[in-house]
Design a protein. Structure first.
Length: 130
């Protein structure tokens, strides 16, 4: 048996896909920035709603985010900043301790944002491939 493959247009397709990647990255950065902002906002709201009393007065403001990117990658880091007041309490607040109940706030915020983030990324990729 003998098989043949027609690769006419493969070079043009490869070039078009590279150009699409260049077009989509700024949009991926924007979508990631917005997603990180939404997670931070919701995590702060979750803590405020779950905290009773004044013992977490400063903790919600310690939650921040940072987005970094390169030519072909984007990442976001979201969570309490340890150099801010009560920022070192993140693990104990999220998971609780032997003396305090947990106040889940970061994971629920992430879970709520993920479907929106994925939809926005899919739209950005679709626009770039047109």
């Amino acid at each position: 048996m003998r098989y043949t493959v027609d690769v006419a247009g493969a070079g043009e397709l490869a070039r078009d896909l590279e150009q699409a990647a260049d077009k989509v990255m700024p949009e991926v950065e924007r979508v990631t920035e917005r997603g990180a902002y939404n997670i931070r906002r919701d995590a702060r709201r979750n803590v405020r709603a779950g905290a009773r009393g004044l013992y977490l007065k400063h903790y919600p403001r310690s939650i921040g985010y940072d987005v970094e990117s390169g030519s072909d990658w984007v990442e976001a880091e979201i969570g309490p900043e340890t150099d801010k007041p009560q920022g070192g309490m993140g693990r104990g607040v999220e998971f609780g301790s032997s003396k305090t109940a947990p106040i889940p706030h970061l994971f629920p915020a992430f879970d709520a944002e993920l479907p929106r983030y994925e939809r926005q990324l899919a739209r950005a990729i679709d626009r770039a491939l047109r």
